[in-house]
Ligand binder design. Structure first.
Ligand SMILES: *Cc1c(COP(=O)(O)O)cnc(C)c1O
Length: 373
């Protein structure tokens, strides 16, 4: 039968009338870039994320990039992040002229290990970018404590973590700013590209709004050299519809994750760990195997789609050669990158589809000598 990795069509069809009305409404209003729908989305998303301000931008990478620029980060500065993430986390740092500095992840949650941070701090360090990978928030309390001690700006990379929580606090409500992505495959996806930065700081918000719109608060009064990184009106309209459903979809993801956990019990397959003080929103549901290529191949033959998030830690990529890192420097990132595998996860995933995935994986697990976690 086969199981897709994600099913964007199922989601569209479940709210088709509202999405279609949002699309047509934008065509009628002709508010194609920023405009009232984006302004309302910003108000509502700020509330959703537990933040004060929000600014819609053209994608999640810009949401991170502009937050760092608004914080005054630039050439000569260093920004600490993790190598086990999507390349955008470090690219956004590089775009400002600052240098990405990596620290390894915790092998249980795959998020930044706070115990590694202080050794990476130098007089040039200006910020920390923890990544809420797969939908589980990084260990924010110790990260914020270190940031306070060294006077560092904290930008949460919340691209995969809409609605995730840490000690009851939402992704986007703890750091000095957070960047979210509305890429179609993310938990809350636009009809194209989109992103948003949230912050509790009025001045960061003001600068961000200027930066995304040619450096002007008032048309033609350019105070700084900015960019064209505005969120489109059509995305504002579509995302406002989706914001009504994100909590329901998140609970559906969490239910699906719980079913997977129960179905995998006793198979020896290593499943995700959700720490007791977190609300994991399961953007990705990952398993681990030293025999990944074969598993993916076998599952693919059965029509079960899988992915790898992410096969190469950033410090081993050619693009980041110039940073001077070498293989072996971040052992947890390297080992997990070699073994992690993502299986189908989306809100509409059914128990029947999950049975198909789990029985195929369990068969493979019997053939592979699994290492204890
Ligand atoms: C998707 C993603 C981004 C970038 O978001 P875009 O909207 O694709 O630009 C940044 N960081 C992480 C961790 C992501 O998964």
């Amino acid at each position: 039968m086969g199981v897709p990795f994600v099913d964007l069509k199922a989601q569209y069809h479940s709210i088709k009338a509202e999405i279609d009305a949002a699309l047509i409404g934008t065509m009628e209003s002709c508010a194609f870039t920023l405009g009232p729908e984006v302004a309302q989305l910003e108000k509502d998303f700020a509330v959703y994320a537990g933040a004060t301000y929000a600014a819609g931008v053209n994608n999640g990478t810009s949401a991170l990039h502009l937050a760092l620029l608004a914080a005054g980060i630039g050439p000569g500065d260093e920004v600490i992040t993790v190598p086990f993430t999507f390349i955008a986390s470090a690219s956004a740092i590089h775009y400002t002229g600052a240098k990405p500095v990596f620290v390894d992840i915790d092998p249980v949650t795959f998020t930044m290990d706070p115990a590694q941070i202080e050794a990476a701090i130098t007089p040039r360090t200006k910020a920390i970018v923890p990544v809420h990978l797969y939908g589980q928030m990084a260990d924010m309390d110790p990260i914020m404590a270190i940031a306070k001690k060294y006077n560092l700006f904290v930008l949460e990379d919340a691209a995969q973590a809409h609605g995730a929580e840490y000690n009851g606090r939402r992704a986007g409500s703890i750091g000095d700013a957070a960047g979210f992505s509305f890429y179609p495959g993310k938990n809350m996806g636009a009809a194209g590209e989109g992103g948003i930065t949230v912050t509790p700081h009025a001045e960061i918000n003001r600068k961000l709004r200027m930066l995304r719109d040619w450096g002007a608060e008032k048309k033609y009064h350019h105070e700084i050299i900015g960019y064209n990184m505005r969120l489109e009106g059509i995305q504002g309209a579509v995302l406002r519809v989706k914001l009504k459903y994100i909590e329901k979809w998140t609970e559906m993801r969490r239910d699906a994750a719980k079913r997977y956990n129960e179905m995998f019990a006793g198979t020896g397959v290593v499943t995700p760990v959700e720490l007791p003080n977190r609300r994991h929103v399961y953007h990705i549901y990952q398993i681990r195997t030293p025999d990944r290529a074969r598993w993916m191949d076998e599952l693919g033959k059965k029509g079960i789609q899988t992915g790898i998030h992410y096969p190469f830690p950033l410090h081993t990529l050619k693009a980041f050669d110039f940073l001077g890192y070498s293989q072996g420097q971040f052992p947890h990132s390297e080992k997990i990158a070699a073994e992690t595998m993502s299986i189908p996860m989306f809100p509409e995933l059914t128990a029947v589809q999950q049975e198909e995935v789990v029985s195929a994986v369990a068969t493979l697990a019997k053939q592979t000598e699994l290492q204890p976690a």
